[in-house]
Design a protein around this ligand. Structure first.
Ligand code: ADP
Ligand code: MG
Length: 274
């Protein structure tokens, strides 16, 4: 992995206890029909270097809103988001985002071209960008698809490209918003296990959004649960090291999370739990 004097994030990478993102009493809403409608009432959480934080909540609980705010696409109405010491920063290559939609790739570029693009934009020389891109495409099992175009790929392959592209820039923080939500259960299960493996190997710091309890327990070191309208944080569960869905500790965490979700879901007509 890239590190050393050229690495702008070196101080944070080598300081495990420091927060990479610190979300402090953040409230965010949207303008609708000329008035302000709060979506997230108040949310506080942090992610330290090398940690995996999962935001879990029913549909409409403000998960995507919070992730977009951490990515810098939305500014909080109240509270603050501190990323790498900067307050409410705009979007930047220190935070790579993978969305749920399959259309996040550039259709006129090959798989390799899609992964090299952000590297080239941030100043990586072509040969180096190609080498790094191939390395991450290998890691995501796409070594035989480098010359294909997005329209020639399945949904699962497109999400792998998006993940390879996000990992390849070695972001300080990897942000993922239900990247496997639109995949069939089998592909989703395989990609979840691969993602955990890759995230551990690359020592990436992850903020992951999902409405699936099992996905949250599998991927998270800590699961932060959102609920209510406007939403607040209704609980936190330590899920570090839980990888086997039949493990008694996994079962306990699942029950706790299900309880937290059910307690706050009475007023949600479109809640979707798994
Ligand atoms: P989640 O990702 O948990 O499903 P969202 O963050 O997408 O939830 O949405 C939270 C709330 O904010 C919902 O009530 C949703 O309708 C509202 N919302 C989201 N995006 C917009 C928008 N662009 N304009 C107005 N309201 C929005
Ligand atoms: Mg969402």
């Amino acid at each position: 992995m890239m590190s050393g004097v050229d690495d702008p994030h070196e101080s944070l990478r080598s300081s495990p206890s420091k927060s990479i993102v610190d979300v402090d009493r953040v409230g965010i809403g949207y303008r609708q029909n000329g008035r302000h409608v709060p979506a997230v009432g108040e949310a506080t959480f942090r992610t330290r270097r090398g940690e995996r934080t999962v935001l879990l909540g029913p549909s409409g609980s403000g998960k995507s809103t919070l992730l977009k705010a951490v990515a810098g696409f939305l500014t909080p109405d109240s509270g603050s988001i501190v990323v790498d010491g900067r307050v409410n920063p705009g979007p930047g290559p220190d935070r790579a985002v993978v969305f749920q939609e399959f259309d996040q790739l550039l259709p006129w570029r090959t798989v390799l071209g899609n992964v090299t693009y952000p590297l080239r934009v941030t100043g990586t020389p072509k040969n180096r960008a190609d080498t790094v891109a191939r390395e991450f495409l290998q890691m995501t099992g796409l070594q035989d698809a480098v010359d294909k175009f997005p329209h020639q790929l399945s949904g699962g392959m497109k999400q792998r490209v998006a993940i390879a592209r996000a990992l390849a820039i070695e972001p300080l923080l990897l942000l993922m918003d239900e990247p496997f939500g639109a995949l069939d259960a089998q592909t989703r299960g395989r990609l979840q296990r691969e993602l955990v493996d890759i995230v551990v190997r690359t020592r990436a710091t992850l903020l992951f959004v999902t409405h699936s309890i099992d996905e949250a327990v599998l991927l998270g070191d800590e699961v932060v649960v959102l609920g209510g309208t406007p939403s607040t944080i209704v609980g936190r569960v330590d899920t570090a090291g839980l990888a086997d869905p039949d493990d008694p500790e996994f079962v306990t965490a699942r029950k706790t999370l299900r309880g937290l979700l059910t307690d706050t879901s009475e007023d949600l007509t479109h809640a979707t739990f798994e």
